[in-house]
Structure formats: structure tokens, C-alpha cells
Design a protein around this ligand. Sequence first.
Ligand SMILES: [Zn+2]
Ligand SMILES: [Zn+2]
Length: 152
Amino acid sequence: MRCPLVRCRAVMGTRIDRLGRVTYTCPGCTRRKRGQCQRCPKAVDGTKGVAYYCTECRKQKQRESVMRWQRNHLDKVARNQRRRRWAAQGKKMPTEPMSPSEAGKLGGKKGSAARIASLGPERVKEIALKAVRTRWAKHWERQRALAESPNV
Ligand SMILES: [Zn+2]
Ligand SMILES: [Zn+2]
């Protein structure tokens, strides 16, 4: 059983009095009324009886919630990182799907048509496959790094 207070939600402790009646006490609320942090023996940062955590634990809790959100939204995090990187390079995130020629321009401004013409079709396919594999390897590397330490 948990404390009915939405902000508290601590697991209730039970106590049996002399008449054999079971009474519930919330250790979270007891600490709050005492003005003690929920996680450590320090005093709360804020009004006694209202605040729940000391300064450090409150910041830690915020960090944890950000990390939890990032874990659940890895795709969004990656997209935001890409957007930031592009903004730093002065590029804009496309709002509509790009045409292949536009997408090609994002990569680099070398004459790709001339290059493709000089190479055989087999070689072109090989290069394209290699590029795709490298790109995805990087992608998964990034995702793994994010999952391990999402505290960016
Ligand atoms: Zn409580
Ligand atoms: Zn604390």
C-alpha cells in the first residue's frame, strides 16, 4: 500500500496497536513533517512540512527524470542532436521530404555524377553499401552510448 498523497507515494508502514488494530503510517510524510529530506538525513530545501528534498537530492531527482525521458525518447534525442549539429553548420532541418538531388547536396558539393560515370556500376554499388554500413554502425554506436550514459 502506498501513501494516498500524490506527491508522496511512499510505501506505507503498518503498526499494530495494543487493541490489535492495524494503523498505517507513511514514513515519507513523517520525514516531510519533520523537515527531513526523503533520501538523506539532511534538512529539506524549502518550507518545513511542505518541501520533500534537500538541494542536492532535488537536483539529482531532476537529473533522473531527464535521463528517464531520454531513455524512452532516444529517437527524439538523436534528432535534436542532429538538429543542433546542423544548426551549428548553418543548415536547416528539412520540413518536407527532400528530393534525391537536394539530399545529395547536403553530403558535399563534389561532382558526384562525374565520379559515378568514371566508376563501374559494381564499384558504385560497393561504395554505396560501404557508406550505408558505416552510417548505420555509427548510428547504433551513438544509440548504445546514449543508452549507457544518457546524461548529456
Ligand atoms: Zn506520505
Ligand atoms: Zn537529500
